[in-house]
Design a protein around this ligand. Structure first.
Ligand SMILES: *Cc1c(COP(=O)(O)O)cnc(C)c1O
Length: 403
């Protein structure tokens, strides 16, 4: 049991709290699932990019999947070795590509023919060989939310199989490119195994066809996306996930790369706010809390469900309420028609499953400073990011007031 009352007395609200022991257990379960096969778990830094979180995974031997050079720099700062860092994303700038090559990371995940051309040019300018992998789009419906589905032809990620093959041939013939991997990531919050298995089969077939023309890859990058339980969803067990993928790799000697984000951190995180007041508008009852959409965007952005727990002395009957923040947007809510008892000023509201895509999607909208972040590890709590002050928020503007 986490003592949120004590934590919020010490660190104030709104507050993000992360259970580092839970993250470690998730990491170990997934790593163990691939036992018997060379594997790298490359933590998807975007899920929760706090340096202490990334360092926590680094200490367990994790790699990092990064989608900007900023994330690559975070991975290095947190102690992840270059040979376990990969760089993905549909739009990499020349500067980002240059730095990734100079830093000699494991590979750049290329997502288009045009990008392959840029990577080759830049590697040539640097007089280096860039290791690459190509993100293929197996055109499988992942059966998840359309905003987080990425493996179908009509979205912006990856390339189709035919294009991928052409790109591998071109890369293989280049003096400045070394094709070492193949990558697919069909979506996030995957709760069904079949789309993953079908995608792995399609991609494994492409690997075999490349072997037929003497292009030998080393890394089979299965992306991330492993779903978690937010409410009462049934999800995929890491062991079954690993077996489904390994089953498609018969006679292929490839190192598995897996890029989980949400699976490792989501259910380790709690977003804690204080109740400001309740109010009634017509037939609607609102609970106004001191956290807002600038702290946690998922409900507003995806209509995402998060379990909510009230910490209160109140023994009143539960009734449906909308839990909302102070930001000037109707979309500023955490839950609608959620059953909670009558709450009092300073009671706590804890939003569960917020360790992934929580703090990182935050903003300073309405000139609200971002929350503090706290880690819990071995029964101890420690600050891993201090609360932003007003001075922090204006620091990059203040000097221009003179003009
Ligand atoms: C976002 C992303 C991930 C992580 O997704 P999760 O659903 O958090 O596991 C992994 N790989 C790539 C390429 C991504 O874009």
């Amino acid at each position: 049991m986490i003592d949120f009352k004590e934590l919020t007395q010490k660190y104030k609200t709104p507050l993000y709290v992360y259970d580092f022991d839970y993250m470690a257990a998730q990491y170990k379960e997934l790593k163990e699932a691939f036992r018997g096969r060379k594997s790298i778990i490359a933590y998807a830094v975007k899920a929760n990019s706090n340096l202490s979180v990334v360092k926590h995974f680094a200490k367990m031997g994790s790699g990092a999947d990064c989608v900007s050079i900023g994330e690559v720099r975070r991975a290095f700062l947190a102690g992840i070795p270059a040979y376990k860092i990969i760089f993905s994303g549909v739009g990499k700038s020349d500067d980002e590509i240059r730095e990734a090559i100079e830093r000699d990371i494991l590979y750049i995940n290329v997502e288009s023919e045009a990008e392959l051309g840029r990577v080759e040019m830049i590697a040539k300018e640097l007089g280096k060989v860039s290791r690459i992998s190509i993100r293929v789009n197996p055109n499988i419906d992942p059966k998840t939310h359309p905003y987080i589905s990425t493996g179908l032809h009509d979205n912006k990620f990856g390339v189709d199989l035919g294009t991928a093959k052409r790109m591998y041939i071109r890369a293989n013939n280049s003096d400045f490119l070394d094709p070492v991997g193949i990558h697919f990531h069909i979506g996030s919050q995957l709760t069904e195994l079949n789309p993953i298995r079908e995608s792995a089969e399609i991609v494994a077939d492409l690997v075999r066809s490349l072997e037929g023309i003497n292009i030998e890859l080393k890394f089979f990058d299965i992306g991330g996306g492993l779903g978690i339980t937010y409410d009462d969803e049934k999800t995929i067990k890491p062991y079954d996930y690993a077996q489904a993928i390994l089953g498609t790799l018969t006679a292929l000697d490839l190192t598995i790369l897996c890029e989980p984000g949400r699976f490792l951190t989501a259910n380790a995180g709690y977003f804690v706010s204080k109740v400001l007041y309740e109010k009634q508008n017509g037939t609607k009852k609102f609970v106004v809390i001191d956290g807002a959409m600038n702290d946690l965007l998922r409900p507003s952005l995806y209509n995402a469900y998060h379990k909510i727990e009230a910490i209160t002395e109140s023994t009143a009957d539960e009734r449906p309420v909308d839990i909302v923040g102070p930001v000037c947007e109707s979309g500023d809510f955490f839950a609608k028609d959620y059953m909670l008892p009558e709450l009092n000023h300073n009671d706590l509201v804890v939003v569960h499953s917020t360790g992934a895509y929580g703090f990182g999607m935050g903003s300073n909208y309405n000139t609200r400073g971002r929350s503090a972040e706290v880690a819990l590890e071995n029964g101890k709590d420690r600050l891993i990011r201090r609360r932003e002050s007003f001075e922090d928020l204006i620091a990059l503007e203040q000097e221009f007031l003179e003009n």
